[in-house]
Design a protein around this ligand. Sequence first.
Ligand code: SF4
Length: 473
Amino acid sequence: MEQISVFDIIKIGIGPSSSHTMGPWKAAQLSLQEALQDGWFAAIQRVRVELLGSLAKTGKGHGTDIAVILGLNGEDHTTIDTNEIGEKVRIIKSTAALNLAGQKPLPFDADKDLIFNFRESLDFHPNGMRFRYELADGQVIEQTYFSIGGGFVLKADEEPARDARRLPYPCQSGADLAAHCQKKNSTISEIVFENEKTWRSEAAIHEELDLIWQAMIACVYRGCHTQGILPGGLNVRRRAAGLNAKLFDGAQYHSIATWLDALVAARPVFHETLKWVSCIAIAANEENASFGRIVTAPTNGASGVLPAVLFYFYCFCKRRATMEDVRRFLLVAGEFGSIFKKGATISGALGGCQAEIGVSSAMAAGALTECLGGSVGQALMAAEIAMEHHLGLTCDPVAGLVQIPCIERNSMGAIKAITAANIALESDPAEAKVSLDSIIGTMWATAQDMHSKYKETSEGGLAVHVPVNVVDC
Ligand code: SF4
């Protein structure tokens, strides 16, 4: 049984895409690690990278080229100063040279050595990439990697490394999770916490969860206070800052902490609450679209849903929830994301947007339900309802940028999650006709039936029906 930690599903990352930015970045790092370990790094004379399938078709808009260049240059996407990305890439391109793995100066002409191959897509997964290294003795070493969604990466013909440790409560499905909870008379978050102790100490789990929450707050705050036009040439104006200012209507604050205090004190009426949820989802995803520091959950395109629902819970349901509440929320959300990954996919290139916004909405719905006092059955039911109403959702980003429809779609996913939780909290799960596992199976079958033009290729839907004028910038 595949073992996935909550911290593999919810993690601090960088925009705009987990599969098209973070995955290829990581693949470049892994590829060079192999060169170092196997002793042929010093002999490298040239490296060429080929992006295939969806990585070629929407790679420009998703910053795949930038990610590969920085990965080859030895930068780490978890620590790089996001303000320096533009300048670093500009220097590499203008000098036609990079510092391979941060250790070895190497000529690299991005126009010739980074190839967008629009004609070829590999069978295993549409997000394939080839690294081709030419060595001093004339030898050529080729490696193929796949970015399989959510920042996860696999090397071709290589079995994914199996974690030999056994979790106390292994879960492949919603039914497994429910059975463990029933047997131990535990909540979902308690079961997940016990599993996480396989990998980390209790203190380390708390610390990582707290870091994720702090990263979410910082991301949303930046999004709520940054004006201007998003990069990429679509000329999309950022909206969260205007919404934040309008909703606060002159409220005074001077730091992240006092801004959060003001939000907790806001006590909005119903339609303002809806606007706040949208504002937070949009703020996080505008940061994502700007190569900002975000929290991947389970992907970057969907990185606004979880913060929006968690802020809703923290600020408006609990009037400042405790850190214990926040941790419970993240643990439950992460577990639902992992069950969807095991039973279906979290990759837009494999399953369309139901696999991204749909899964994030289901994660948030289940988490909110437990945090609002719902039973295990109600939390599963909420996750099921949220996905049921995202089934068939296509991925058709205009100009291949994670902006239209992605940014607003985060708001929709968050609102649906809140509605799903509210329906579940007023329902008897024993009477539910659709189980979480059957909706996961349905989603996977729908993913397989979906035409490739709706799976992150920008060859269908909005991507071809919206006339756009992309200005190169
Ligand atoms: S449409 Fe959905 S799946 Fe596609 S890039 Fe946007 S958020 Fe991701």
